[in-house]
Design a protein. Structure first.
Lengths: 381, 234
Protein backbone atom coordinates (compact mmCIF):
# COMPACT_ATOMS: atom_id res chain seq x y z
CA UNK A 1 0.00 0.00 0.00
CA UNK A 2 1.19 3.48 -0.61
CA UNK A 3 -0.69 6.61 0.31
CA UNK A 4 0.61 9.78 -1.20
CA UNK A 5 -0.98 12.99 0.06
CA UNK A 6 -0.25 16.54 -1.00
CA UNK A 7 -3.17 18.87 -0.39
CA UNK A 8 -4.10 22.36 0.73
CA UNK A 9 -7.52 23.10 2.13
CA UNK A 10 -8.90 26.18 3.81
CA UNK A 11 -11.78 26.09 6.30
CA UNK A 12 -12.53 29.61 7.46
CA UNK A 13 -9.31 30.86 9.04
CA UNK A 14 -7.91 27.34 9.40
CA UNK A 15 -5.42 26.24 6.78
CA UNK A 16 -4.61 22.57 6.31
CA UNK A 17 -1.42 21.86 4.40
CA UNK A 18 -0.49 18.21 4.34
CA UNK A 19 2.23 16.49 2.37
CA UNK A 20 3.48 13.02 3.13
CA UNK A 21 3.92 9.50 1.85
CA UNK A 22 3.19 6.44 3.92
CA UNK A 23 3.44 2.75 3.13
CA UNK A 24 2.85 1.60 6.67
CA UNK A 25 0.39 -1.09 7.56
CA UNK A 26 -1.11 1.16 10.22
CA UNK A 27 -0.46 4.82 9.67
CA UNK A 28 -1.40 6.89 12.71
CA UNK A 29 -2.45 10.52 12.24
CA UNK A 30 -1.35 11.88 15.58
CA UNK A 31 -2.42 15.33 16.73
CA UNK A 32 -4.52 17.16 19.29
CA UNK A 33 -8.14 18.00 18.55
CA UNK A 34 -8.48 20.81 16.04
CA UNK A 35 -5.18 20.00 14.37
CA UNK A 36 -6.88 18.99 11.12
CA UNK A 37 -6.71 15.20 11.41
CA UNK A 38 -10.40 14.60 10.76
CA UNK A 39 -10.47 17.06 7.85
CA UNK A 40 -7.55 15.19 6.32
CA UNK A 41 -9.35 11.87 6.72
CA UNK A 42 -12.57 13.36 5.28
CA UNK A 43 -10.58 14.47 2.24
CA UNK A 44 -9.10 10.99 1.78
CA UNK A 45 -12.57 9.45 2.06
CA UNK A 46 -14.06 11.93 -0.42
CA UNK A 47 -16.48 13.47 2.08
CA UNK A 48 -14.66 16.80 1.70
CA UNK A 49 -13.25 18.12 -1.57
CA UNK A 50 -9.87 19.80 -1.07
CA UNK A 51 -9.16 23.26 -2.49
CA UNK A 52 -5.98 22.11 -4.16
CA UNK A 53 -3.70 19.13 -4.41
CA UNK A 54 -3.76 15.41 -4.99
CA UNK A 55 -4.15 12.11 -3.21
CA UNK A 56 -2.86 8.92 -4.76
CA UNK A 57 -3.63 5.51 -3.31
CA UNK A 58 -1.60 2.67 -4.85
CA UNK A 59 -0.94 4.53 -8.11
CA UNK A 60 -4.62 5.42 -8.45
CA UNK A 61 -5.41 9.11 -8.09
CA UNK A 62 -8.43 9.79 -5.86
CA UNK A 63 -8.14 13.54 -6.17
CA UNK A 64 -6.04 15.66 -8.47
CA UNK A 65 -7.26 19.21 -8.72
CA UNK A 66 -4.77 20.04 -11.46
CA UNK A 67 -5.99 17.24 -13.70
CA UNK A 68 -9.59 17.79 -12.65
CA UNK A 69 -9.93 14.37 -11.04
CA UNK A 70 -12.32 13.84 -8.15
CA UNK A 71 -13.39 10.26 -7.58
CA UNK A 72 -16.75 10.37 -5.74
CA UNK A 73 -16.77 8.73 -2.34
CA UNK A 74 -18.91 5.83 -3.48
CA UNK A 75 -16.30 4.79 -6.04
CA UNK A 76 -13.20 5.16 -3.86
CA UNK A 77 -13.33 1.83 -2.07
CA UNK A 78 -12.04 3.54 1.05
CA UNK A 79 -13.66 2.22 4.22
CA UNK A 80 -14.40 4.87 6.83
CA UNK A 81 -15.17 4.22 10.49
CA UNK A 82 -16.47 7.43 12.00
CA UNK A 83 -15.90 8.65 15.52
CA UNK A 84 -19.56 8.15 16.39
CA UNK A 85 -20.03 4.90 14.47
CA UNK A 86 -22.92 6.18 12.36
CA UNK A 87 -24.72 2.87 12.15
CA UNK A 88 -28.04 2.99 10.31
CA UNK A 89 -30.70 3.07 13.03
CA UNK A 90 -33.40 1.55 10.81
CA UNK A 91 -31.39 -1.57 9.97
CA UNK A 92 -30.34 -4.56 12.05
CA UNK A 93 -26.69 -5.27 12.75
CA UNK A 94 -26.69 -7.87 9.97
CA UNK A 95 -28.18 -5.40 7.49
CA UNK A 96 -25.72 -2.73 8.60
CA UNK A 97 -22.81 -5.11 8.10
CA UNK A 98 -23.94 -6.19 4.65
CA UNK A 99 -24.94 -2.71 3.47
CA UNK A 100 -21.64 -1.88 1.78
CA UNK A 101 -21.00 -5.42 0.62
CA UNK A 102 -24.05 -5.13 -1.60
CA UNK A 103 -22.31 -2.36 -3.57
CA UNK A 104 -19.01 -4.22 -3.85
CA UNK A 105 -18.56 -6.11 -7.12
CA UNK A 106 -18.45 -9.86 -6.48
CA UNK A 107 -14.98 -10.27 -7.95
CA UNK A 108 -13.56 -7.70 -5.55
CA UNK A 109 -14.95 -9.17 -2.35
CA UNK A 110 -11.92 -10.30 -0.40
CA UNK A 111 -13.42 -10.77 3.05
CA UNK A 112 -16.50 -12.70 4.11
CA UNK A 113 -19.11 -12.14 6.80
CA UNK A 114 -17.96 -15.15 8.84
CA UNK A 115 -14.41 -13.88 8.84
CA UNK A 116 -15.46 -10.42 10.03
CA UNK A 117 -17.77 -11.80 12.73
CA UNK A 118 -14.93 -13.94 13.95
CA UNK A 119 -12.32 -11.20 13.82
CA UNK A 120 -14.46 -8.70 15.72
CA UNK A 121 -16.42 -11.06 17.96
CA UNK A 122 -19.84 -9.70 16.97
CA UNK A 123 -21.59 -12.88 15.81
CA UNK A 124 -24.12 -12.77 18.69
CA UNK A 125 -25.31 -9.25 17.79
CA UNK A 126 -26.60 -9.91 14.26
CA UNK A 127 -30.32 -9.57 14.93
CA UNK A 128 -30.11 -6.53 17.19
CA UNK A 129 -30.68 -2.92 16.25
CA UNK A 130 -27.95 -0.32 16.78
CA UNK A 131 -30.04 1.26 19.54
CA UNK A 132 -29.59 -1.88 21.63
CA UNK A 133 -25.78 -1.97 21.38
CA UNK A 134 -23.18 -0.64 23.80
CA UNK A 135 -20.65 1.94 22.62
CA UNK A 136 -17.93 -0.65 22.15
CA UNK A 137 -20.23 -3.01 20.24
CA UNK A 138 -21.34 -0.19 17.94
CA UNK A 139 -17.73 0.62 17.08
CA UNK A 140 -16.93 -3.00 16.32
CA UNK A 141 -20.00 -3.27 14.05
CA UNK A 142 -18.97 -0.03 12.33
CA UNK A 143 -15.49 -1.47 11.74
CA UNK A 144 -17.03 -4.69 10.40
CA UNK A 145 -19.36 -2.77 8.09
CA UNK A 146 -16.42 -0.89 6.57
CA UNK A 147 -14.32 -4.07 6.29
CA UNK A 148 -17.06 -5.91 4.40
CA UNK A 149 -16.77 -3.48 1.49
CA UNK A 150 -13.30 -5.04 0.99
CA UNK A 151 -11.75 -1.57 1.08
CA UNK A 152 -8.35 -0.75 -0.32
CA UNK A 153 -7.74 1.46 2.69
CA UNK A 154 -9.50 1.56 6.05
CA UNK A 155 -9.84 4.90 7.86
CA UNK A 156 -10.46 4.80 11.61
CA UNK A 157 -11.25 8.25 13.00
CA UNK A 158 -10.73 8.17 16.77
CA UNK A 159 -12.79 4.99 17.07
CA UNK A 160 -12.14 4.86 20.81
CA UNK A 161 -12.75 8.51 21.63
CA UNK A 162 -16.31 8.03 22.86
CA UNK A 163 -15.52 4.98 24.99
CA UNK A 164 -14.43 4.73 28.60
CA UNK A 165 -11.10 3.15 29.54
CA UNK A 166 -12.40 -0.38 30.10
CA UNK A 167 -14.18 -0.41 26.74
CA UNK A 168 -11.03 0.90 25.04
CA UNK A 169 -9.12 -1.99 26.52
CA UNK A 170 -11.77 -4.31 25.03
CA UNK A 171 -11.39 -2.92 21.53
CA UNK A 172 -7.64 -2.32 21.23
CA UNK A 173 -6.84 -6.04 20.83
CA UNK A 174 -9.34 -6.19 17.92
CA UNK A 175 -7.56 -3.34 16.21
CA UNK A 176 -4.23 -5.07 16.78
CA UNK A 177 -5.66 -8.20 15.15
CA UNK A 178 -7.01 -6.12 12.29
CA UNK A 179 -3.56 -4.64 11.75
CA UNK A 180 -1.81 -8.02 11.91
CA UNK A 181 -4.34 -10.33 10.22
CA UNK A 182 -6.60 -8.44 7.81
CA UNK A 183 -4.92 -7.59 4.55
CA UNK A 184 -6.13 -3.99 4.63
CA UNK A 185 -3.87 -1.01 5.26
CA UNK A 186 -5.20 1.25 7.99
CA UNK A 187 -5.12 4.97 8.73
CA UNK A 188 -5.77 5.48 12.41
CA UNK A 189 -6.57 8.94 13.74
CA UNK A 190 -5.86 9.64 17.39
CA UNK A 191 -4.85 12.27 19.87
CA UNK A 192 -3.81 9.63 22.38
CA UNK A 193 -0.10 9.04 22.66
CA UNK A 194 -0.57 5.64 24.24
CA UNK A 195 -2.89 4.44 21.43
CA UNK A 196 -0.49 5.63 18.76
CA UNK A 197 2.52 4.19 20.58
CA UNK A 198 0.75 0.87 20.82
CA UNK A 199 -0.70 0.54 17.33
CA UNK A 200 1.23 2.52 14.73
CA UNK A 201 3.74 1.22 12.22
CA UNK A 202 4.12 4.74 10.80
CA UNK A 203 3.31 7.99 12.58
CA UNK A 204 2.22 11.18 10.83
CA UNK A 205 2.30 13.94 13.46
CA UNK A 206 -0.04 16.85 12.73
CA UNK A 207 -0.17 20.21 14.51
CA UNK A 208 -2.14 23.31 13.48
CA UNK A 209 -2.91 21.96 10.03
CA UNK A 210 0.68 21.04 9.24
CA UNK A 211 2.63 17.80 9.22
CA UNK A 212 5.40 18.10 11.81
CA UNK A 213 6.96 14.65 11.46
CA UNK A 214 6.58 11.40 9.55
CA UNK A 215 8.34 8.17 10.44
CA UNK A 216 8.59 5.12 12.61
CA UNK A 217 6.94 5.47 16.01
CA UNK A 218 10.21 4.94 17.89
CA UNK A 219 11.68 7.94 16.07
CA UNK A 220 8.71 10.31 15.95
CA UNK A 221 7.33 9.68 19.43
CA UNK A 222 10.76 10.05 21.01
CA UNK A 223 11.22 13.54 19.63
CA UNK A 224 10.53 16.10 22.31
CA UNK A 225 9.83 18.83 19.73
CA UNK A 226 7.07 16.74 18.13
CA UNK A 227 5.59 15.48 21.35
CA UNK A 228 5.41 18.86 23.06
CA UNK A 229 3.36 20.24 20.16
CA UNK A 230 0.78 17.50 20.69
CA UNK A 231 -0.18 18.85 24.07
CA UNK A 232 1.44 15.87 25.69
CA UNK A 233 3.29 17.16 28.70
CA UNK A 234 4.96 13.87 29.27
CA UNK A 235 7.93 13.46 27.01
CA UNK A 236 9.17 9.91 26.84
CA UNK A 237 10.71 7.21 24.71
CA UNK A 238 9.23 4.23 22.92
CA UNK A 239 11.24 1.02 23.14
CA UNK A 240 10.63 -2.11 21.13
CA UNK A 241 11.23 -5.34 22.95
CA UNK A 242 10.36 -9.03 23.01
CA UNK A 243 8.72 -10.91 25.85
CA UNK A 244 11.50 -13.10 27.27
CA UNK A 245 10.14 -14.78 30.39
CA UNK A 246 7.55 -14.44 33.12
CA UNK A 247 8.25 -14.44 36.83
CA UNK A 248 4.92 -15.36 38.38
CA UNK A 249 6.18 -15.28 41.96
CA UNK A 250 6.83 -11.54 41.69
CA UNK A 251 4.26 -10.76 39.00
CA UNK A 252 6.91 -9.50 36.61
CA UNK A 253 7.73 -10.04 32.95
CA UNK A 254 11.24 -9.79 31.59
CA UNK A 255 11.56 -8.07 28.23
CA UNK A 256 14.53 -8.24 25.91
CA UNK A 257 15.48 -5.03 24.10
CA UNK A 258 18.54 -3.65 22.37
CA UNK A 259 19.16 -1.52 25.46
CA UNK A 260 19.26 -4.57 27.72
CA UNK A 261 16.81 -6.59 29.79
CA UNK A 262 13.83 -4.78 31.28
CA UNK A 263 11.59 -5.91 34.11
CA UNK A 264 8.02 -4.83 33.49
CA UNK A 265 4.73 -5.46 35.29
CA UNK A 266 3.30 -8.82 34.25
CA UNK A 267 2.03 -8.97 30.66
CA UNK A 268 -0.37 -11.64 29.44
CA UNK A 269 1.55 -12.39 26.29
CA UNK A 270 3.52 -15.55 25.44
CA UNK A 271 7.35 -15.41 25.36
CA UNK A 272 8.62 -14.33 21.95
CA UNK A 273 5.81 -11.79 21.41
CA UNK A 274 7.07 -8.41 20.24
CA UNK A 275 5.89 -5.52 22.41
CA UNK A 276 6.33 -1.80 22.73
CA UNK A 277 7.07 -0.04 25.96
CA UNK A 278 6.73 3.67 26.52
CA UNK A 279 8.92 5.09 29.25
CA UNK A 280 8.11 8.60 30.41
CA UNK A 281 11.01 11.00 30.83
CA UNK A 282 10.07 11.83 34.40
CA UNK A 283 10.31 8.15 35.37
CA UNK A 284 13.95 7.85 34.33
CA UNK A 285 16.79 8.69 36.74
CA UNK A 286 20.43 9.03 35.82
CA UNK A 287 23.41 7.75 37.79
CA UNK A 288 27.01 8.55 36.96
CA UNK A 289 28.18 5.15 38.27
CA UNK A 290 26.39 1.80 38.43
CA UNK A 291 24.22 2.20 41.54
CA UNK A 292 24.26 -0.28 44.39
CA UNK A 293 21.56 -1.09 46.91
CA UNK A 294 18.75 0.34 44.78
CA UNK A 295 15.09 -0.67 44.70
CA UNK A 296 14.65 0.08 40.99
CA UNK A 297 15.00 -3.11 38.93
CA UNK A 298 16.17 -1.65 35.63
CA UNK A 299 19.64 -0.18 35.26
CA UNK A 300 20.70 0.37 31.65
CA UNK A 301 24.16 1.53 30.62
CA UNK A 302 24.32 4.22 27.98
CA UNK A 303 25.72 7.60 27.14
CA UNK A 304 24.36 11.10 26.89
CA UNK A 305 23.35 11.96 23.31
CA UNK A 306 21.95 15.45 23.82
CA UNK A 307 20.57 17.91 26.34
CA UNK A 308 17.31 19.69 25.53
CA UNK A 309 15.95 22.51 27.62
CA UNK A 310 12.48 21.53 28.81
CA UNK A 311 11.23 24.74 30.32
CA UNK A 312 11.88 26.37 33.67
CA UNK A 313 14.70 24.60 35.51
CA UNK A 314 14.22 21.29 33.69
CA UNK A 315 16.34 19.53 31.13
CA UNK A 316 15.52 16.51 28.95
CA UNK A 317 18.58 14.36 28.80
CA UNK A 318 18.53 12.17 25.69
CA UNK A 319 20.39 8.92 26.22
CA UNK A 320 21.67 6.35 23.78
CA UNK A 321 21.45 2.92 25.38
CA UNK A 322 22.79 0.37 22.90
CA UNK A 323 21.14 2.20 20.01
CA UNK A 324 17.86 2.79 21.83
CA UNK A 325 16.84 6.34 22.64
CA UNK A 326 15.73 7.07 26.17
CA UNK A 327 14.76 10.44 27.59
CA UNK A 328 15.25 11.47 31.23
CA UNK A 329 13.78 14.66 32.61
CA UNK A 330 16.07 16.12 35.29
CA UNK A 331 16.38 19.42 37.08
CA UNK A 332 19.06 21.78 35.85
CA UNK A 333 20.63 21.41 39.27
CA UNK A 334 21.09 17.64 38.88
CA UNK A 335 22.50 18.09 35.38
CA UNK A 336 25.11 20.48 36.83
CA UNK A 337 25.85 18.27 39.84
CA UNK A 338 26.51 15.23 37.62
CA UNK A 339 28.30 17.38 35.04
CA UNK A 340 26.26 15.77 32.27
CA UNK A 341 27.39 16.56 28.75
CA UNK A 342 27.03 14.79 25.41
CA UNK A 343 29.24 11.73 25.17
CA UNK A 344 29.36 11.08 28.91
CA UNK A 345 28.80 7.44 30.02
CA UNK A 346 25.95 7.11 32.49
CA UNK A 347 23.35 4.62 33.77
CA UNK A 348 19.63 5.05 33.29
CA UNK A 349 17.53 3.85 36.21
CA UNK A 350 13.86 2.96 35.68
CA UNK A 351 11.34 1.66 38.21
CA UNK A 352 9.35 -1.26 36.85
CA UNK A 353 6.11 0.10 38.26
CA UNK A 354 6.61 3.26 36.24
CA UNK A 355 5.87 1.69 32.85
CA UNK A 356 3.02 3.38 31.00
CA UNK A 357 0.52 0.53 31.12
CA UNK A 358 -1.81 1.96 28.49
CA UNK A 359 0.98 2.01 25.95
CA UNK A 360 2.07 -1.55 26.66
CA UNK A 361 0.77 -3.75 23.92
CA UNK A 362 1.50 -6.26 21.24
CA UNK A 363 3.74 -4.71 18.62
CA UNK A 364 3.29 -5.32 14.90
CA UNK A 365 5.01 -8.48 13.74
CA UNK A 366 8.73 -7.93 13.25
CA UNK A 367 9.09 -8.97 9.63
CA UNK A 368 6.75 -6.26 8.49
CA UNK A 369 7.97 -3.66 10.90
CA UNK A 370 11.44 -3.46 9.47
CA UNK A 371 9.82 -2.92 6.09
CA UNK A 372 7.62 -0.23 7.57
CA UNK A 373 10.61 1.43 9.18
CA UNK A 374 12.48 1.41 5.90
CA UNK A 375 9.43 2.84 4.18
CA UNK A 376 9.14 5.51 6.83
CA UNK A 377 12.75 6.48 6.19
CA UNK A 378 11.91 6.90 2.54
CA UNK A 379 8.94 9.03 3.47
CA UNK A 380 11.11 11.35 5.54
CA UNK A 381 13.73 11.97 2.91
CA UNK B 1 -78.26 3.58 15.73
CA UNK B 2 -78.58 1.00 12.96
CA UNK B 3 -80.92 3.41 11.19
CA UNK B 4 -78.13 5.90 11.09
CA UNK B 5 -76.06 3.55 8.96
CA UNK B 6 -78.92 2.48 6.70
CA UNK B 7 -77.75 4.53 3.75
CA UNK B 8 -79.61 4.94 0.50
CA UNK B 9 -77.83 3.86 -2.72
CA UNK B 10 -77.18 7.52 -3.57
CA UNK B 11 -75.60 8.08 -0.19
CA UNK B 12 -73.38 5.01 -0.61
CA UNK B 13 -72.31 6.38 -3.96
CA UNK B 14 -71.23 9.63 -2.32
CA UNK B 15 -69.25 7.72 0.33
CA UNK B 16 -67.53 5.49 -2.23
CA UNK B 17 -66.78 8.47 -4.44
CA UNK B 18 -65.29 10.41 -1.56
CA UNK B 19 -63.02 7.49 -0.63
CA UNK B 20 -61.98 7.07 -4.25
CA UNK B 21 -61.28 10.77 -4.72
CA UNK B 22 -59.31 11.09 -1.47
CA UNK B 23 -57.27 7.93 -2.08
CA UNK B 24 -56.50 8.96 -5.60
CA UNK B 25 -55.55 12.50 -4.56
CA UNK B 26 -53.25 11.14 -1.86
CA UNK B 27 -51.47 8.56 -4.03
CA UNK B 28 -51.11 10.79 -7.07
CA UNK B 29 -49.65 13.70 -5.15
CA UNK B 30 -47.24 11.55 -3.09
CA UNK B 31 -44.32 11.22 -5.55
CA UNK B 32 -44.59 14.89 -6.50
CA UNK B 33 -44.86 15.79 -2.83
CA UNK B 34 -41.70 13.87 -1.94
CA UNK B 35 -39.79 15.44 -4.83
CA UNK B 36 -40.91 18.98 -3.98
CA UNK B 37 -40.24 18.44 -0.26
CA UNK B 38 -36.73 17.18 -1.10
CA UNK B 39 -36.10 20.20 -3.34
CA UNK B 40 -37.26 22.60 -0.65
CA UNK B 41 -35.32 20.87 2.12
CA UNK B 42 -32.04 20.29 0.29
CA UNK B 43 -32.04 22.27 -2.92
CA UNK B 44 -30.21 25.53 -3.46
CA UNK B 45 -31.57 27.29 -6.50
CA UNK B 46 -32.90 30.72 -7.43
CA UNK B 47 -36.63 31.01 -6.99
CA UNK B 48 -36.77 28.57 -4.09
CA UNK B 49 -38.86 30.94 -1.99
CA UNK B 50 -41.22 31.43 -4.94
CA UNK B 51 -41.70 27.66 -5.25
CA UNK B 52 -42.28 27.51 -1.51
CA UNK B 53 -44.88 30.26 -1.81
CA UNK B 54 -46.73 28.54 -4.67
CA UNK B 55 -46.85 25.27 -2.73
CA UNK B 56 -48.24 26.99 0.36
CA UNK B 57 -50.70 29.22 -1.50
CA UNK B 58 -53.75 26.88 -1.39
CA UNK B 59 -53.42 26.85 2.40
CA UNK B 60 -53.82 30.61 2.60
CA UNK B 61 -56.15 31.43 -0.32
CA UNK B 62 -59.89 31.03 0.15
CA UNK B 63 -60.76 27.55 -1.23
CA UNK B 64 -63.25 29.09 -3.63
CA UNK B 65 -60.47 31.16 -5.18
CA UNK B 66 -58.32 28.05 -5.63
CA UNK B 67 -61.27 26.26 -7.20
CA UNK B 68 -61.91 29.15 -9.54
CA UNK B 69 -58.25 29.30 -10.57
CA UNK B 70 -58.40 25.56 -11.30
CA UNK B 71 -61.50 26.11 -13.39
CA UNK B 72 -59.77 28.87 -15.35
CA UNK B 73 -56.62 26.83 -16.04
CA UNK B 74 -57.84 23.21 -16.09
CA UNK B 75 -61.32 23.80 -17.53
CA UNK B 76 -61.95 22.55 -21.06
CA UNK B 77 -61.18 26.04 -22.40
CA UNK B 78 -58.43 26.81 -19.94
CA UNK B 79 -54.84 26.72 -21.31
CA UNK B 80 -53.77 23.58 -19.43
CA UNK B 81 -57.16 21.84 -19.68
CA UNK B 82 -57.36 22.40 -23.44
CA UNK B 83 -53.81 21.11 -23.93
CA UNK B 84 -54.44 17.96 -21.87
CA UNK B 85 -57.68 17.25 -23.69
CA UNK B 86 -56.25 17.73 -27.17
CA UNK B 87 -53.10 15.69 -26.62
CA UNK B 88 -54.07 13.08 -24.07
CA UNK B 89 -57.86 13.17 -23.99
CA UNK B 90 -57.76 13.94 -20.29
CA UNK B 91 -60.70 15.90 -18.93
CA UNK B 92 -60.87 17.35 -15.43
CA UNK B 93 -63.84 19.68 -15.42
CA UNK B 94 -67.05 18.22 -13.98
CA UNK B 95 -65.46 14.76 -13.57
CA UNK B 96 -64.38 12.88 -10.48
CA UNK B 97 -60.78 13.28 -11.68
CA UNK B 98 -61.28 17.03 -11.33
CA UNK B 99 -62.49 16.52 -7.77
CA UNK B 100 -59.33 14.49 -7.09
CA UNK B 101 -57.20 17.25 -8.61
CA UNK B 102 -58.88 19.92 -6.47
CA UNK B 103 -58.41 17.80 -3.33
CA UNK B 104 -54.78 17.09 -4.20
CA UNK B 105 -54.00 20.77 -4.74
CA UNK B 106 -55.68 21.74 -1.47
CA UNK B 107 -53.92 19.01 0.53
CA UNK B 108 -50.52 19.41 -1.15
CA UNK B 109 -49.13 22.03 1.32
CA UNK B 110 -49.84 19.72 4.26
CA UNK B 111 -48.20 16.75 2.53
CA UNK B 112 -45.09 18.70 1.52
CA UNK B 113 -44.68 20.39 4.88
CA UNK B 114 -44.78 17.14 6.81
CA UNK B 115 -42.27 15.40 4.51
CA UNK B 116 -40.02 18.44 4.31
CA UNK B 117 -39.71 18.66 8.09
CA UNK B 118 -38.73 15.00 8.32
CA UNK B 119 -36.13 15.37 5.55
CA UNK B 120 -34.62 18.32 7.39
CA UNK B 121 -34.41 16.19 10.52
CA UNK B 122 -32.41 13.42 8.81
CA UNK B 123 -28.84 13.12 10.08
CA UNK B 124 -26.88 13.83 6.91
CA UNK B 125 -23.82 12.17 8.39
CA UNK B 126 -25.64 8.86 7.94
CA UNK B 127 -25.96 9.64 4.23
CA UNK B 128 -22.23 10.45 4.08
CA UNK B 129 -21.53 7.12 5.75
CA UNK B 130 -23.66 5.30 3.18
CA UNK B 131 -21.70 7.08 0.44
CA UNK B 132 -18.36 5.83 1.77
CA UNK B 133 -19.86 2.32 1.79
CA UNK B 134 -20.27 2.50 -1.98
CA UNK B 135 -23.87 3.69 -2.36
CA UNK B 136 -24.39 6.33 -5.05
CA UNK B 137 -26.79 9.21 -4.32
CA UNK B 138 -29.81 7.30 -5.66
CA UNK B 139 -29.20 4.25 -3.48
CA UNK B 140 -28.45 6.49 -0.51
CA UNK B 141 -31.86 8.10 -0.95
CA UNK B 142 -33.64 4.78 -1.40
CA UNK B 143 -31.95 2.81 1.42
CA UNK B 144 -31.16 5.51 3.98
CA UNK B 145 -33.08 8.76 3.49
CA UNK B 146 -36.43 7.25 2.48
CA UNK B 147 -36.68 4.76 5.38
CA UNK B 148 -35.65 7.47 7.84
CA UNK B 149 -38.36 9.88 6.65
CA UNK B 150 -41.07 7.19 6.47
CA UNK B 151 -42.89 8.42 9.61
CA UNK B 152 -43.04 11.91 8.07
CA UNK B 153 -44.34 10.48 4.82
CA UNK B 154 -47.05 8.49 6.60
CA UNK B 155 -48.09 11.51 8.65
CA UNK B 156 -48.23 13.60 5.48
CA UNK B 157 -50.32 10.98 3.69
CA UNK B 158 -52.84 10.85 6.52
CA UNK B 159 -53.10 14.63 6.63
CA UNK B 160 -53.51 14.67 2.86
CA UNK B 161 -56.23 12.00 2.96
CA UNK B 162 -58.13 13.74 5.75
CA UNK B 163 -57.95 17.10 4.01
CA UNK B 164 -59.12 15.50 0.73
CA UNK B 165 -62.08 13.81 2.47
CA UNK B 166 -63.21 17.15 3.85
CA UNK B 167 -62.47 19.37 0.85
CA UNK B 168 -65.53 21.31 -0.20
CA UNK B 169 -65.00 24.85 -1.45
CA UNK B 170 -62.48 24.26 -4.23
CA UNK B 171 -64.16 21.03 -5.34
CA UNK B 172 -67.66 22.47 -5.69
CA UNK B 173 -66.30 25.56 -7.48
CA UNK B 174 -64.18 23.54 -9.93
CA UNK B 175 -66.31 20.48 -10.68
CA UNK B 176 -69.70 21.40 -9.22
CA UNK B 177 -71.92 18.98 -7.30
CA UNK B 178 -73.04 16.22 -9.68
CA UNK B 179 -74.44 13.11 -7.94
CA UNK B 180 -72.45 10.01 -8.90
CA UNK B 181 -69.66 11.99 -10.54
CA UNK B 182 -68.45 14.83 -8.35
CA UNK B 183 -70.77 14.75 -5.33
CA UNK B 184 -68.42 13.87 -2.46
CA UNK B 185 -69.45 13.48 1.17
CA UNK B 186 -69.24 17.17 2.08
CA UNK B 187 -71.14 18.15 -1.05
CA UNK B 188 -73.81 15.54 -0.32
CA UNK B 189 -74.19 16.76 3.25
CA UNK B 190 -74.41 20.33 1.97
CA UNK B 191 -77.12 19.27 -0.51
CA UNK B 192 -79.13 17.54 2.24
CA UNK B 193 -79.04 20.67 4.37
CA UNK B 194 -80.43 22.67 1.47
CA UNK B 195 -83.58 20.60 1.01
CA UNK B 196 -86.55 20.28 3.40
CA UNK B 197 -86.51 16.97 5.30
CA UNK B 198 -82.89 16.31 4.52
CA UNK B 199 -81.75 16.35 8.17
CA UNK B 200 -81.81 12.55 8.53
CA UNK B 201 -79.65 12.07 5.43
CA UNK B 202 -77.22 14.76 6.57
CA UNK B 203 -77.01 13.06 9.96
CA UNK B 204 -76.30 9.64 8.44
CA UNK B 205 -73.49 11.02 6.28
CA UNK B 206 -72.10 12.95 9.24
CA UNK B 207 -71.83 9.71 11.21
CA UNK B 208 -70.10 8.05 8.27
CA UNK B 209 -67.67 10.97 8.08
CA UNK B 210 -66.82 10.59 11.75
CA UNK B 211 -66.27 6.84 11.36
CA UNK B 212 -63.96 7.33 8.38
CA UNK B 213 -62.00 10.07 10.17
CA UNK B 214 -61.59 7.93 13.29
CA UNK B 215 -60.57 4.96 11.16
CA UNK B 216 -57.90 7.00 9.36
CA UNK B 217 -56.58 8.21 12.69
CA UNK B 218 -56.35 4.67 14.10
CA UNK B 219 -54.62 3.37 10.98
CA UNK B 220 -52.09 6.20 11.12
CA UNK B 221 -51.41 5.50 14.81
CA UNK B 222 -50.86 1.81 14.08
CA UNK B 223 -48.58 2.55 11.15
CA UNK B 224 -46.58 5.11 13.12
CA UNK B 225 -46.18 2.66 15.98
CA UNK B 226 -44.99 -0.12 13.68
CA UNK B 227 -42.50 2.14 11.98
CA UNK B 228 -41.39 3.49 15.34
CA UNK B 229 -40.85 0.00 16.68
CA UNK B 230 -38.87 -1.23 13.75
CA UNK B 231 -36.59 1.78 13.76
CA UNK B 232 -34.49 4.33 15.53
CA UNK B 233 -34.40 5.18 19.21
CA UNK B 234 -30.64 5.51 18.89
Amino acid sequence: MSLNVDITHRLGSFLLEARFVSDGRLTAFFGRSGSGKTTLVNIIAGVVRPDRGRIVLDERPLVDTERGIFVPRYRRRVGYVFQEGRLFPHLTVRQNLLFGRWFTPKAERTIGLEQVLDLLGIGHLLDRRPGALSGGEKQRVAIGRALLTSPRLLLLDEPLASLDDTRKEDILPFIERLRDEAQVPIVYVSHSLSEVARLATTVVAIADGRITAVGAPTDVLGRADVISRQGVTEAGALIEAIVDAHDPSFGLTTLRSAAGALQAPRLDLPPGTPVRVRIRARDVMIASARPDGLSALNVLPGNVAALDGAGEGAVDVVLDCGGVRLVARLTRKSVDALALAPGRDVYAVIKSVAFDRDALGRAPKFADRSAADAAAHDGRR
Amino acid sequence: MMDLLDLSPEEWTAVRLSLKVATFAMLASLPVGIAVAYLLARGRFPGKSILNGIVLLPLILPPVVTGYLLLLSFGRRGPIGAFLYEHFGIVFSFRWTGAALACAVMAFPLLVRSIRLSIEAVDRRLEDAAGTLGANPFWVFLFVTLPLILPGIIAGMILCFAKAMGEFGATITFVSNIPGETQTLPSAIYTFTQIPGGEAGAMRLTVVSIIIAMGALVVSELLARRVGQSAWVE
